[in-house]
Design a binder for this molecule. Structure first.
Ligand SMILES: [Zn+2]
Length: 154
């Protein structure tokens, strides 16, 4: 509920946040690792056209008309906020588990840009404009290199 409110408040722009918490190891028969999100760290979407470290590629349907690119279909996390979140997490023996962002006009499924612009492997939670929340484990830059995770939140 907190994640939905935080990320959809800025609609039609994409909202974003970092997920802080701990990772509990469990035996593979119990489903492998469990990520326990303890805190949602809201971030400003700092995406701007032409960010040199985030190249656009032509296989992304959004790229067909570059003039359509905006914070409505792109997000970037402020590096200063990421550093602050890392410090906060370390002081509590937590870590930054991953990120969350919204797709106000789309589905809660990682886009081609989400795969390319994420340091892999990564936990990614996406909130659709409908309020649907889905959690993903991204393993590669191709759209099929992802696994949907059981999301036990509400
Ligand atoms: Zn996305």
């Amino acid at each position: 509920m907190v994640l939905r409110r935080n990320l959809l408040t800025v609609a039609p722009l994409e909202g974003c946040a970092l997920l802080l918490g701990d990772q509990q190891d469990s035996h593979i028969s119990q489903g492998g690792n469990i990520c326990c999100v303890r805190l949602i760290w809201p971030c400003c979407n700092t995406w701007v056209a032409g960010m040199s470290s985030f190249p656009e590629v032509s296989d992304d349907p959004d790229f067909l008309d570059v003039s359509r690119l905006s914070r409505k279909c792109r997000f970037a996390l402020d590096p200063r906020e990421q550093l602050q979140a890392q410090r906060f997490a370390r002081a509590r023996n937590w870590r930054v588990l991953g990120s969350a962002h919204s797709h106000p006009g789309g589905e809660a499924v990682p886009s081609p840009a989400d795969h390319r612009w994420t340091v892999l492997p990564a936990l990614m939670v996406i909130v659709a404009g409908s309020g649907n929340v889905r959690a993903w484990w991204l393993t590669g830059v191709q759209s099929d290199q992802k696994h949907e995770l059981a999301y036990l939140g509400q």
